[in-house]
Design a protein around this ligand. Sequence first.
Ligand SMILES: Nc1ncnc2c1ncn2[C@@H]1O[C@H](COP(=O)(O)OP(=O)(O)O[C@H]2O[C@H](CO)[C@@H](O)[C@H](O)[C@H]2O)[C@@H](O)[C@H]1O
Length: 232
Amino acid sequence: MLKSLAALGLRYISNAKLPHGQQLSNVTKICFSPLPEVSKWLVPVQVQYIENGKTKMCDIFKVHDSVSIVLYNISRQKLLFVRQFRPAVYYGLIINNFRELPKEDIDLMQYPYELGMTLESCAGMVDKDKSLAEIAREEIFEECGYDVPVEKLEHVFEYRSGVGTSSSAHNVYYCEVCDEEKVSDGGGIDTEIIQVMELSIDEAKNFVKKGTKINSGPATIAGTLWFFANKI
Ligand SMILES: Nc1ncnc2c1ncn2[C@@H]1O[C@H](COP(=O)(O)OP(=O)(O)O[C@H]2O[C@H](CO)[C@@H](O)[C@H](O)[C@H]2O)[C@@H](O)[C@H]1O
């Protein structure tokens, strides 16, 4: 397994390094199938347009807007990240090894689920009729176990994610937390299995240094770089 991760140039974050008291992710079956005609999460659309007299089209899909939060624990001077299994990352990393969508379960010895484990900023989708800052505050509570007032959230920037295919709005926040605000282990709600990871400043710098290859999305990279440019 470590070999296949290394072959992809990805860093393996061992379960052994996880804090106590958190449920660990252990994926035991993975299979792929075509998207159902109606999905609650993705709505495909074709955009047709004429540009400089030429008819063009673009196949896209609508996804929920989202927020993420760069979290810094000032009591221990640690940046907080969340570790979780991301099916889309796993699929994206292995699918080029198949000529067509595999019909059988994926061989987890050959393609270990750990390939799809990511280290990301705490994040959530905008699926409630609440302010973006309030949704971010709730994600901090649910995923990382810190209860902070919404006023502590500092808006950093908004960008469009997936500009070629989906273009949803992503808003990045920054929030300093302290040990006194930690009220639970976090770990997510419902069926989510999320582990909170604390990185020292040096470890987090390593995470975004030149040449690094990680499987997190742009919000994590941009937010962490913003932190180093503005807060340290
Ligand atoms: N496509 C899908 N299929 C099935 N179930 C789904 C789904 N999308 C979401 N869900 C369900 O919704 C739950 C809640 O998701 P969250 O609000 O925690 O967003 P998440 O952190 O996964 O991604 C947030 O953060 C990442 C990283 O910034 C953004 O890419 C993302 O758009 C944003 O929602 C998931 O646990 C899952 O059960």
